[in-house]
Write a protein that binds this ligand. Sequence first.
Ligand code: NAP
Ligand code: MG
Length: 416
Amino acid sequence: MASIEKIKVKTPLVEMDGDEMTRIIWKMIKDKLVLPYLDIDLKYYDLGVQYRDKTDDKVTVESAEAIKKYGVGVKCATITPDTQRITEYKLKKAWPSPNGTIRSILDGTVFRKPILVKNLAPAVRSWIKPITIGRHAYGDLYKSADYVVKEAGTAEIVFTPAKGGAPTRVPIHEFKGAGILMGMHNTEKSIASFARACINYALSEKVNIWFGSKDTISKRYHAFFKEVFQAEIDKHQDELTKAGVEYRYLLIDDAVAQIMKHEGGILWACKNYDGDVMSDMVAAGFGSLGMMTSVLVSPEGYFEYEAAHGTVRRHYYEHLKGNATSTNSVASIFAWTGALHKRGELDKTPALCKFASALERSVIGCIEEGIVTKDLVKLVSPSPKGHETTEGFIDKVAARLACELGAKKSSCSCCG
Ligand code: NAP
Ligand code: MG
């Protein structure tokens, strides 16, 4: 490679390594696509399950603290151990999900965004720009209590003030016989930080925000979300106006209907359950898990980028057997470009942003030429003749990137 001057990254970037197939991909991305071009101080944290076990999971907490210190992190997919994984990796215990730990330390919201390429048409014809889902990941159904009613009786909500005084009782239903009951909650603090994370994301990506709930029916519970969200919007209205970002509140069923006719390019802020359901619908509508990125944004403006998929366990077992694999590395590469772009923006280093864009163009250029991993073969049209191996795809991207950056006159696919 002809030597080109490496771009100096002013502030360190927090790097969190991970597990299985994505750990293999991670090293290739770093060695072939990132380190040859950047003079970067990576604050490395090994979140591979064995090192988490060795440090009694302290390394996860330290990595989140590092993001608070430096502002931006990039994370490889990691195993959330269950009983089978405890045996497989001889772990001391079933450590909690690293993503859950990091999310609670940063108090962040996860945004999932698909990567679009011209030859992979979304299932919904009108979608021409990415739809990002921001899911409020606290409370409601996911922290609820339920009760199976076996006989006739009275159900009420009872609230007892901590400071003393008479409890408040709200009737729910007079049961004449068997039935079912559930109690849910949320907090003003959590809804407000969700709204602030959505505002930060929308300002960062320059996209409009939609938020939907069912306040016509749920005149207190859902209406509370609408009011708290609106209050945060009001506090940031000047910034939003300056950035050209609009906020729109819709009834959730209207939002669903509108999204099917919309061109995309928006942030769809969802309540917890809506976000769980709608993110799977949007992901499936755009194609493959290997093409879905994810970023955790905190209300304070810390950012952590990753792929939305897991460690691709089945492919890893094939890799261990010595068989060739064809795992899609696109979402992991875009985790790096997202983080580098943000670092460049915060440090005011346009050269770094340009580099991140060049890397993204190289990936998209390859796919649009029919250079794809196996998961995309059936999705892209025209149908490619074959597929690349995991490493083969990254090598093709590397060749194209070198060409884009003028690092070498190569025989990459773009210059023949
Ligand atoms: P997964 O890694 O998301 O993969 C599930 C299946 O989806 C794969 O077997 C593969 O299908 C397909 N797939 C996903 N990503 C792909 C890619 N980049 N390229 C090609 N195909 C891809 O889920 P898993 O294998 O069930 O879970 C493995 C581990 O990941 C678990 O221990 C879980 O805890 C962890 N996990 C971590 C995160 C995270 O860190 N963010 C998220 C989810 C899960 P085929 O087998 O049909 O090819
Ligand atoms: Mg879901």
